[in-house]
Design a binder for this molecule. Structure first.
Ligand SMILES: Nc1ncnc2c1ncn2[C@@H]1O[C@H](COP(=O)(O)OP(=O)(O)O)[C@@H](O)[C@H]1O
Ligand SMILES: [Mg+2]
Length: 249
């Protein structure tokens, strides 16, 4: 993404706002005073070394665990301290780094479970349309635990989309995928964002993929936000190179 486009994006009204967000686990400060905002329709990347607090941030945004302090809003509504169900009703959905599929159910059933709370009888066509979109329709009757890893990751995304989110959080969606699957995923996420009018936050260790995909990125290190900006700004930021990118540039 070009820097000019990223700057234009950051001038729009913020839709997700984090102010002074912290999370402590006993003596461990997993997140310290994190503040940033994400604009409606933005694809926002989150990177940082293992243990930096990326998944913890998703846990706070999705209600898995509350912040110790700080404020989170999505589209002006208070999010901090709400349950996962309440946040899902506000339009926030996520996938998990360690997948949470129902292995003994079929691919189709996994999506139907995620659609269950919706009124109306047309659930199966909706589920099949999502599977089609994620290129999984031909596997609809297979058990989820029989799928190759890349397909499982895409099924997890289909399940999250089934809840009709406006903000979708993806925790390492390309982990375990081969290079061509990663490229396909990149195209798929860009299409999904358009079709479903999503705001996306993506955690990913494969930095080239993220730099290609994202408008802006944030870098966490030991629970602190150390950089925020366009992919180009992040790529050339000395602090980020020292903490994370190293020789991987
Ligand atoms: N539920 C928890 N209880 C205790 N410590 C936790 C918990 N969740 C995460 N942590 C710790 O918080 C830090 C950040 O973890 P995490 O958010 O998973 O990092 P990342 O996703 O960036 O690799 C790590 O030191 C991890 O061990
Ligand atoms: Mg993680």
């Amino acid at each position: 993404m070009e820097t000019a486009e990223a700057e234009a994006m950051s001038e729009q009204a913020a839709s997700l706002e984090l102010h002074g967000v912290s999370r402590r686990f006993g003596g461990l400060q997993a997140l310290s005073d994190v503040s940033f905002s994400v604009q409606e329709g933005e694809i926002f990347g989150l990177i940082g070394p293992n243990g930096a607090g990326k998944t913890t941030l998703f846990n706070l945004l999705s209600g898995v665990t509350p912040p110790t302090s700080g404020m989170i809003r999505w589209r002006g509504k208070r999010c901090h301290g709400l349950s996962p169900d309440a946040l899902n009703r506000l339009g926030i959905a996520r996938t998990f780094q360690n997948l949470r599929l129902f292995g003994e159910l079929t691919v189709l059933e996994n999506v139907l479970v995620a659609l269950h709370h919706q009124a109306g009888a047309q659930l199966e066509p909706q589920a099949l349309a999502l599977l089609e979109e994620l290129d999984l329709a031909h596997l609809a009757d297979r058990r989820a635990d029989e799928l190759a890893y890349g397909n499982r990751r895409r099924l997890e995304i289909a399940r999250a989309l089934a809840t009709k989110p406006t903000l979708l959080l993806l925790d390492e969606p390309a982990a375990g995928m081969n290079p061509s699957e990663k490229d396909q995923l990149c195209d798929l996420l860009a299409e999904m964002r358009q079709r479903h009018q999503l705001t996306l936050i993506v955690i990913e260790h494969h930095v080239p993929l993220l730099m290609q995909l994202c408008h802006r990125m944030a870098v966490l290190d030991f629970g602190r936000l150390i950089a925020l900006g366009s992919p180009e700004q992040i790529r050339t930021n000395p602090r980020v190179i020292e903490a994370y990118l190293g020789g991987a540039r």
